[in-house]
Design a protein. Structure first.
Length: 204
């Protein structure tokens, strides 16, 4: 893995939020999916690690965002963690995976990845978290990769073009979107490897 991505470990991240402004709007859910590589160089998604997140003090939450996500920030059984604890909950397995893979740090994989990375970085700054395993600005964007591989930039359409199911009723959950994004990313990476292997076989 370290050789394949120049010392980076791809980790899929999806966040659900109270709006589009990472400094002003609340981070409400976060899920991460570590990507691992087998002995044949094929990448696979690991199970998701996720948590609900408490809105930071003074955070804005747009009711229109909640209509899309279906999140009820005040639900008594939401069991949300404060931002710093939520970050540590998802960062800990990422740091362990980085060490196991012999990588230097994680690189965020996301669908329209700049959005997820901006909310992640904003939460890190607000909470004063000192052990963020993610590169601060590099990322892999499956909207771009999906457009290249399948001509589809919308997540649901790209996932289906890659041969996977899409359940609209589960969409806009951080876990579901992270899991589908991870499947899409791995399929594109593995598709490229299959093409490379085919070319090598034909050139012999």
């Amino acid at each position: 893995m370290a050789a394949r991505f120049r010392g980076f470990l791809p980790v899929v991240v999806d966040v659900e939020t109270g709006g589009f402004d990472c400094e002003r709007d609340a981070l409400l859910e976060i899920a991460v999916v570590v990507v691992r590589m087998d002995a044949d160089g094929i990448v696979h998604p690991e199970p998701a690690v996720s948590t609900h997140v408490q809105a930071f003090p003074g955070a804005h939450i747009d009711p229109r965002a909640l209509e899309i996500t279906g999140i009820d920030p005040d639900h008594p059984f939401r069991f949300a963690l404060p931002e710093r604890e939520a970050l540590e909950h998802v960062f800990k397995p990422v740091r362990a995976a980085i060490k196991a893979a012999g990588c230097q740090r994680a690189v965020l994989v996301g669908h329209n990845a700049a959005f997820d990375l901006s909310f992640l970085n904003a939460a890190v700054r607000r909470s004063g978290h000192k052990r963020n395993p993610f590169h601060p600005f590099s990322c892999f964007d499956t909207a771009t990769l999906g457009g290249l591989a399948y001509g589809q930039t919308v997540l649901s359409r790209a996932v289906q073009a890659a041969g996977f199911d899409w359940d609209a009723n589960e969409a806009h959950s951080a876990v579901y979107d992270a899991e589908r994004t991870a499947l899409l990313f791995c399929e594109i990476v593995n598709r490229w490897k299959r093409l490379e292997d085919c070319e090598k076989t034909q050139s012999r």
